[in-house]
Ligand binder design. Sequence first.
Ligand code: F6R
Ligand code: MG
Ligand code: MG
Length: 364
Amino acid sequence: MKTTVSLIKADIGSSPGHVTVYEPLMERAEELLDKAKDENIIIDFVVFNAGDDTELLMTHERGVDSEEIHKLAWDTFMDLTNEAKAIGLYGTGQDLLKDTFAGNIKGMGPGIAEIELEERPAEPIIVFAMDKTEPGAFNYPIFQMFANPFNTAGLVIDPKLHSGFQFSVMDIYKAKFLELSCPEDMYDLLALIGAPGKYVIKYVNSKDPALGRAAAISTDKLSLVAGKYVGKDDPVAVIRSQSGFPAVGELVEAFTLGHLVSGWMRGSHRGPLMPVPLEYSQCVRFDGPPRVVGLGFQLKNGLLRGGVDLFDDPSFDRTRERVNEIADYIRSHGPFEPSRLPLSEMEYTTLPGILKKFEDKFHD
Ligand code: F6R
Ligand code: MG
Ligand code: MG
């Protein structure tokens, strides 16, 4: 049986400001997806939040890019948006950039990561969701997981991983793709993905055709859809694990640095990415720091069992402490770069509105 795992997310409104999703609306999303489960549109689902983003994790047999699944997500987000408006939540429908659904949710605002897979006898599925950052924030950890032997021991000592993985890199401004393999093309890959504002890892594939897709990451860039700043793109990833893929522990190890990402306050700052349990999936200090949550399941016949909140573990306390220290340091730069993003990355923020004032006032 081929199962598809679809993770689709949108910011439909939050409280207070852009901090977190309003709990009763997540319950509403559960009700709606429960109905879709009764109608056999989906097999299973989990609703959770990454800061102010509502995350719909769904399993089904309809393949990737299924109109029915995308419409279900769109209709769910629309319903939640109407409710959010009625009760006065903040930034309602922030990510729903089009009025009517036209067959595919891509390019309409919400973020999406999907994998269709032939279930192995035991199939671990791991999902990560970030808030207050951009799709390229996944470049560093995905590289760590699938290409760096210092992170993933299996690349060195497990014959099933030893030949490496293939990466599909997207130029998000041109919507063009390039395939590169590791370890062979590692330096080429790094030359591109070291610029995460432009080149983003979209897929990772196993070199073993029997295993197929290893990871899918959302690359939707809101500003390119809307033509102006409408919040950061807050990416998600669906990743397979174990027996030919990195172990669960190798996947989460990739988040121990607290690496610097673009986003944070007003989508205009650099900040360290903090791995947090769902309990702390809310962006508070300076609207952040940017956060990532991780959930793990065993997938069988489309059912998601044994859910675990992966960063709910004291082994990530050190990372969180370090992130707080880095946050103090970088915050103390205030409005100065590199705390604030370089001008090239501020194009789609509110800053050009200020700079416009001086356009005609500079003189010789
Ligand atoms: C960043 C984010 C927030 C807002 C900030 C200002 O992705 O969502 O940091 O940019 O709170 O929000 P507005 O412009 O809605 O007052
Ligand atoms: Mg928001
Ligand atoms: Mg968000």
